[in-house]
Design a protein around this ligand. Structure first.
Ligand code: NAD
Ligand code: 89Y
Length: 343
């Protein structure tokens, strides 16, 4: 396969994982990087041996012939940068949260569609190997038709030291983390017709909500509870594990802390350890997120080569983003929100 030439925009905290993953992928290479902060540009450029460096995205697009661009900045810059990629006819990956609002997200999807440019949101949690293993069991029919799910992320891990901006926004856990867990619920149980939400702020030192509980009706008939907290102190800190319970017509599955996976079907129960691999450049406890970065970036390269739409395309991500918007409006109004009314 010919090697695709990519550029990374945004060389901050999380982009380092993306750069490691690009180095592990045969079909793609990062030939240029961009960051407004010259110090971040220097650190990442030196660490990964990238000589072509830009402090302005316009200059990057003007000077480089690119097969794709990988946007790893924070949300405020996503819309202008995605629209710049579309205007330059460059296929684009954009980090989550895709946009500040659903209206922005729709405009970004429309801009890429109009330009005929592939667009993938870096919605990586569903690419964690334990989550893929759960989906494989659901698809196998071993537990029958799912009628209930609980997708849960509860932790007291200090995410603010690595990502200080998370403490300052009016929106926190749903926009930052819940977005992944809502996406996993869609991935496992299908699209959602209505959502009811409640939120709370337990840590008074931050601006946004750090606890969210959401109840969803899935189009296929299942009900799920998605619950997220960064205010939950446990005996053993589970960050960043997503715990999953699904009950089906013929059995159940449980993905418990420590990646213990129990499946009970018509023929009995199996218990397996489905811990994710620790990649050579990864470090605990982030390793499940880090392996999913490699997986989603591989998927992007496969999709560009085959012309397939990425699983978390911009169009797909609108359906996850709508759940985020519904959770905020529903928590404010204390009323259920119909998802079709938003899309
Ligand atoms: P960060 O602030 O550490 O890094 C962002 C970088 O982008 C900074 O160096 C900044 O100078 C640069 N930047 C901002 N606007 C720019 C512009 N217009 N042009 C060029 N450079 C620009 O942020 P982070 O913690 O690395 O987070 C980046 C994104 O990654 C966020 O959207 C965050 O939600 C997401 N993230 C995703 C995961 C995941 O698992 N998918 C995990 C952590 C963070
Ligand atoms: O930003 C978040 C994400 O996407 O995964 C975990 C995180 O880093 C902190 O909540």
């Amino acid at each position: 396969m010919a090697t695709l030439s990519g550029a990374l925009i945004g060389c901050g905290f999380f982009a380092v994982n993306q750069m490691h993953a690009w180095r592990d992928i045969d079909g793609a290479s990062i030939v240029a990087i961009c960051d407004r902060d010259p110090e971040r540009l220097r650190i990442v450029g030196d660490q990964f041996g990238v000589a072509r460096r830009y402090t302005e995205a316009e200059a990057l697009f003007d000077a480089e012939r690119l097969d794709f661009v990988d946007i790893a900045t924070t949300v405020a810059s996503h819309r202008p940068l995605v629209e710049m990629a579309a205007a330059n006819r460059v296929p684009v990956i954009c980090q989550k949260p895709f946009a500040p609002t659903l209206a922005d997200a729709k405009a970004m999807v429309a801009a890429c569609a109009k330009a005929g440019v592939p667009l993938m949101v870096h919605e990586n949690f569903r690419w964690q190997s334990p989550i893929q293993a759960v989906r494989a069991v659901v698809d196998s029919g071993a537990i029958g038709t799912p009628f209930f799910g609980r997708i849960s992320f509860r932790s007291a891990y200090d995410v603010f030291s690595g990502q200080p901006y998370l403490a300052t926004g009016k929106r926190f856990i749903i926009e930052d983390l819940g977005i992944h867990i809502l996406d996993i619920a869609r991935f496992l149980l299908g699209d959602v017709s209505s959502l009811t939400a409640r939120t709370a702020r337990i840590n008074q030192a931050i601006a946004g909500e750090d606890v969210a509980t959401m109840l969803m009706d899935h189009v296929g008939g299942a009900i799920s509870v998605v619950d997220c907290s960064y205010a939950t102190r446990l005996a053993v800190e589970p960050f960043p594990e997503t715990l999953i319970e699904i009950d089906g017509s013929d059995g159940t599955l449980r993905l418990a802390q420590g990646y213990q996976f129990t499946v009970t079907g018509k023929n009995g129960t199996t218990v397996t350890d489905i811990s994710p691999p620790l990649l050579p450049w990864a470090s605990r406890p982030w390793h499940n997120i880090q392996e999913s970065v490699l997986a989603i970036q591989r998927h992007w390269v496969d999709c560009l080569a085959s012309g397939k739409e990425p699983a978390t395309s911009g169009a797909d991500n609108l359906k996850t983003f709508a759940l985020v918007e519904a959770a905020y409006t529903g928590a404010a109004s204390q009323q259920p929100v119909r998802i079709d009314d938003l899309l």
